[in-house]
Design a protein around this ligand. Structure first.
Ligand code: GLY
Ligand code: MN
Ligand code: MN
Length: 421
């Protein structure tokens, strides 16, 4: 079996162990859905399903059990649909609608490509669930126990339906368990995140090479997203934030329609997704190429807070302590009222990756460090964000993008390059 296939089967083994632990060894089953296609929208599988399978097709599911006499690990794939494949091209399938007694060649091929020995058709889901659910006390599906979203998603509807058939089944949240695994990245994940960060660094270099007064924010967005696509990234990891002047103070601004002036600061919060893994890096640039003394004063406070937070981030520390280090630095400089968001979130398959913040940091965890000061009355917002890997001995910034005032001014004031437009 190839490394890639080993990787997913090893993740499923760890998930089965987590499942057994969470259900106290009682019989349980977990069902994770890939999700449904939605019209012309680009389809991406549910992150938890993808993490455990590496499979990218819609209408697929993973069914696993723990604490049962015969462990189950079944991948359900859509039946082959030649008419649909004229639109979508070949996708992984479970083979023909009514598999003959002979092994179905498409099913065998899907088994070989995914490393999954047991493949069933998605429309056979109820049948596949019969035996695992007959004895199960717990069913884990991907819906939070404490918040039922409206409208109900496919997982919730399915859980409701199964609960009617199996009234003693207790429904629990599978995503909470997968999040425990996803919180600590393996070498393969870190390698993909580094690629995403290198591409994002190229985009920041492009901004510094091309930013000038009179441009519209969307021109910078276009440049950034051109670099992403031309470098092999799959998409932006989140809507690119290019917020200038007053919008430097709007945390998740994404309209990007304003024309930039020479005295403005522009917050560029960008990141690409490469083979499903995200980068998330913010720099704040003076549009003219030079910070005003006031802008520089505030910028240096944010930079100091950033350093203080990085210093605090190490194995054993809590994310709230990392935040306290940044906030304390900003408060001592007199700007506490102007820093009103958290300093860190987990990063991985999602830009805001899941994971408990009640656990101390440990090697392999990746968090962002992103303090900011936003003074709306002065149209002055500054955020500096890097992605940080927790290591055995402390931490390492994974993004190599200048953040000192002198470096940023030098790069912004270097001879302008013309670019496309
Ligand atoms: N770019 C979104 C965030 O930093 O959380
Ligand atoms: Mn960001
Ligand atoms: Mn972030």
């Amino acid at each position: 079996m190839s490394d890639a296939l080993d990787r997913y089967s090893e993740r499923r083994n760890r998930f089965a162990a987590t499942l057994a632990q969470d259900s106290g060894g009682r019989p349980s089953a977990a069902l994770l859905l890939a999700g449904e296609e939605n019209g012309l929208k680009h389809f991406e599988p549910d992150p938890n399903f993808f993490y455990l399978t590496g499979v990218e097709v819609s209408r697929a599911a993973l069914l696993m059990t723990a604490g049962q006499a015969k462990p189950t690990d079944i991948l359900l794939l859509p039946a082959s649909d030649p008419a649909k494949e004229r639109w979508t091209g070949r996708v992984l399938t479970a083979g023909g609608l009514t598999p003959a007694a002979q092994p179905d060649p498409e099913r065998l091929e899907s088994s070989r490509l995914t490393g999954h020995p047991n493949i069933a058709a998605y429309h056979e889901l109820d049948e596949a669930l019969l035996r695992p659910l007959r004895d199960a006390e717990f069913l884990y599906v991907d819906c939070p126990e404490d918040a039922l979203p409206a409208p109900l998603g496919v997982s919730q509807l399915l859980a409701e339906r199964l609960r009617r058939h199996y009234p003693y089944l207790q429904v629990r949240h599978a995503g909470r368990l997968v999040a425990q695994l996803r919180r600590v990245k393996d070498d393969h994940e870190l390698a993909l995140m580094r690629l995403a960060m290198d591409i994002t660094a190229k985009a920041h270099a492009a901004i510094m090479g091309h930013l000038r007064p009179g441009q519209f924010e969307y021109e910078i967005q276009a440049l950034v997203e051109y670099v992403f696509t031309a470098s092999g990234a799959q998409s932006p990891a989140f809507p690119s934030i290019i917020g200038s002047g007053p919008y430097s103070c709007t945390l998740h601004y994404e309209r990007n329609r304003r024309q930039m002036d020479s005295g403005d600061l522009v917050v560029c919060d960008i990141g690409c997704r490469k083979d499903y893994y995200c980068a998330d890096v913010t720099r704040t640039y003076p549009v003219s190429g030079r910070f005003t003394p006031r802008q520089r004063e505030v910028y240096e406070v944010v930079l100091g807070a950033h350093r203080a937070a990085v210093e605090a981030a190490k194995p054993g520390a809590y994310v709230r302590e990392v935040h306290a280090a940044a906030l304390d630095y900003i408060a001592r400089a007199g700007y506490a009222p102007y820093f009103f968001h958290g300093t860190s979130h987990y990063l991985g398959i999602e830009a805001h990756d899941p994971g408990s913040y009640e656990k101390p940091l440990e090697p392999g965890v990746v968090i962002t460090i992103e303090p900011g000061i936003y003074i709306a009355g002065e149209d002055l917002g500054v955020r500096i964000e890097n992605d940080l890997l927790i290591t055995e001995t402390g931490s390492a910034i994974m993004t190599d993008i200048p953040m000192e005032v002198s470096d940023i001014e030098r790069l912004l004031l270097a001879p302008r390059r013309s670019f496309l437009l």
